[in-house]
Design a protein around this ligand. Structure first.
Ligand code: MEV
Length: 448
C-alpha cells in the first residue's frame, strides 16, 4: 500500500491541502474536492476569518442554526438561538417554552461565579512546614508577582479571589496542590486563569528553591507537575426552575395532571438512582445546553466535562435535574455548574456568535449561564413529557421524516406527498421507502 504519511502538511496552502487529500482519498475523481470547495463561503473575507480560527482548515462544516421562541425567563421573553443537527431538539425546546409561557415561565438565579485552577506538585517532607511557609510567605508573593497579569481583570471587577494549599497526599503519595480561585467577569477566563497559574508556578518554584526553611532533601524532592485550570467549576453555578399548581399541568396531555405529575417525578427519580437512565436523561439535557453553547461560541467540551463531573460528585452518576411535589405544587429544577464567556475566544469574531448574543439581548456571562440552564431544563421537560405520555419516537420521527425523504432523493413534489401521507402514520425508513416506491410506480403508470 502506498504511504499516506505527509511531512509539512500545515505548510501547504488550502488548495494544495485539498489537492493532496483528493489524490490520496478521492478515488480518482474530483468529487471530494468539489464537496470541500462547495462549502467555502463566497465572501472571501468571511472565509479567511473562518480559516484562521484553527489549523489546517480546508472547508466549513455547517450545522443547522435554529430558533426556539417564547421563553419566559424571569418575566422577560427570550428567543433562544440553537446550533444542532438533531432534528427534534429545537422543536422540543419551543414546545417546552410554550407549555410554561402561561404558567409563570422559567425562574433563574446565579448560585456562584467562582472558577478554579491548580498547580499540581509533588513534595516529600513535613506538610505542616509547607503549609506555614505557604501562608506566611508564598501566598502574598503569588498575588504580588501576578499583578501585571491581573491588572485588566481587576479593573473589570474580577481577578484572583483566593489561593489555598491543599494536601492531597492521602490520595496520592507526596501529592499537593496550590488551588487558585478566580472571578473572570464576562470572559470564560481559561487564558487568564492559565496565565496566572503559570506565573504562580514560576514564583513558587523560585521561592521554594531559595527558601532556607526547606532542607536540601526536601528541595530535591519537590517537583511541579503541571499548572492548569479546572473545567469542573462547582462554585460557578446557575439554577433554573419551573413550578405550577398540579392542576395546571393539564395541557394537550393525554393523562390527568395528577398522573402526569406523579409519573414525571418518578421518571426524574429513576434518573437519580439509575446511572443507565441518568446518562440518557442528562444527554437530553445537554442537547439543549450544547446547542445554545455552540450558537454563542462557547466551549461545549468544557461545559460537558463540568456537567458530567458534577453529575457524579456524590460518587454515583445521577440526574442533573430534580423534581418535587409539595402542597399540590409541581416543581422541577436544575443546578448547573457552567463556565461561559461573552467576550474573548470566538465570541467577538464569529458573525453568527455575534448575532446569537444580539438575539439574546447581549447578556452578561452570568445571564448566559442562566439561559443555558433554562435550555437544559426545557429540553429535559420536553423529553420526559413525551416519554411518559406518547413515547419519544412519534415526535422524533416526525422531525426526522424530512431527513429520510432527502436521503431517498425525493423530488419536492414527492416530498410534499410523502409528508402528507405520514402525517398520521407510523414513520420508519423502510415504510417511507416503500411509500416512495409505490408513489413512483403510480406516477410512471400515469405518465405512460
Ligand atoms: C435524545 O437525543 C434525548 C432523549 O433520549 C433524552 C431522554 O431520554 O430523556 C430523548
Amino acid at each position: 500500500m502506498k504511504s499516506k504519511i505527509i511531512e509539512g502538511f500545515s505548510k501547504l496552502n488550502k488548495e494544495e491541502k485539498i489537492n493532496w487529500l483528493t489524490k490520496q482519498y478521492g478515488g480518482g475523481s474530483e468529487g471530494l474536492k468539489n464537496i470541500l470547495t462547495q462549502y467555502w463561503n463566497h465572501n472571501a473575507d468571511l472565509q479567511k476569518l473562518h480559516d484562521e480560527f484553527a489549523e489546517n482548515t480546508i472547508s466549513n462544516f455547517y450545522l443547522p442554526y435554529g430558533i426556539a421562541p417564547n421563553f419566559l425567563i424571569n418575566d422577560d421573553i427570550y428567543v433562544l438561538p440553537m446550533a444542532i443537527e438533531e432534528s427534534s431538539v429545537v422543536a422540543a425546546a419551543a414546545k417546552s417554552a410554550k407549555f410554561w409561557l402561561n404558567k409563570g415561565g422559567f425562574k433563574t438565579k446565579l448560585l456562584g461565579s467562582t472558577k478554579l485552577g491548580h498547580i499540581h506538585f509533588m513534595y516529600k517532607g513535613d506538610a505542616s512546614k509547607l503549609l506555614q511557609w505557604f501562608k506566611i510567605h508564598l501566598k502574598e508573593k503569588l498575588i504580588k508577582q501576578s499583578m501585571d497579569l491581573t491588572k485588566n481583570m481587576r479593573m473589570r471587577g474580577g481577578g484572583i479571589t483566593n489561593i489555598e494549599l491543599v494536601d492531597k497526599s492521602n490520595e496520592l503519595e507526596n501529592y499537593y496542590q496550590i488551588k487558585g480561585s478566580f472571578n473572570t467577569q464576562d470572559s470564560m477566563g481559561a487564558n487568564f486563569i492559565n496565565s496566572c497559574l503559570e506565573q504562580f508556578s514560576i514564583t513558587f518554584k523560585a521561592e521554594f528553591q531559595k527558601s532556607n526553611i526547606f532542607d536540601e532533601e526536601e528541595k530535591n524532592n519537590f517537583q511541579i507537575i503541571m499548572s492548569i485550570l479546572s473545567n469542573y467549576t462547582p462554585d460557578c453555578m446557575a439554577r433554573a426552575e419551573v413550578s405550577c399548581k398540579i392542576k395546571d399541568l393539564r395541557d394537550d396531555i393525554s393523562i390527568s395532571p395528577e398522573e402526569f405529575a406523579w409519573k414525571f417525578k418518578q421518571a426524574v427519580e429513576i434518573a437519580e438512582v439509575e446511572p443507565y437512565r441518568a446518562a440518557t436523561h442528562n444527554k437530553g439535557i445537554m442537547n439543549g445546553i450544547d446547542s445554545v453553547i455552540l450558537a454563542t461560541g462557547n466551549d461545549f467540551r468544557a461545559v460537558e466535562a463540568c456537567a458530567h463531573t458534577y453529575a457524579s460528585h456524590t460518587g454515583k452518576y445521577t440526574s442533573l435535574t430534580h423534581c418535587e411535589i409539595k402542597n399540590d405544587r409541581f416543581r422541577f429544577w436544575i443546578d448547573l455548574p457552567i463556565s461561559l464567556g461573552i467576550v474573548g475566544g470566538l465570541t467577538n469574531l464569529h458573525p453568527l456568535v455575534i448575532a446569537s448574543l444580539q438575539i439574546l439581548n447581549n447578556p452578561s456571562a452570568e445571564k448566559l449561564m442562566q439561559i443555558a440552564a433554562v435550555a437544559g431544563l426545557a429540553q429535559n421537560f420536553a423529553a420526559i413529557r413525551s416519554l411518559i405520555t406518547t413515547g419519544i419516537q412519534k415526535g422524533h420521527m416526525k422531525m426526522h421524516l424530512t431527513n429520510i425523504i432527502n436521503q431517498l432523493g425525493a423530488t419536492e413534489e414527492e416530498k410534499k406527498t410523502i409528508l402528507d401521507i405520514f402525517k398520521e402514520k407510523t414513520i420508519s425508513y423502510h415504510l417511507v421507502f416503500e411509500e416512495l416506491e409505490r408513489l413512483r410506480k403510480e406516477n410512471n403508470v400515469k405518465e405512460r
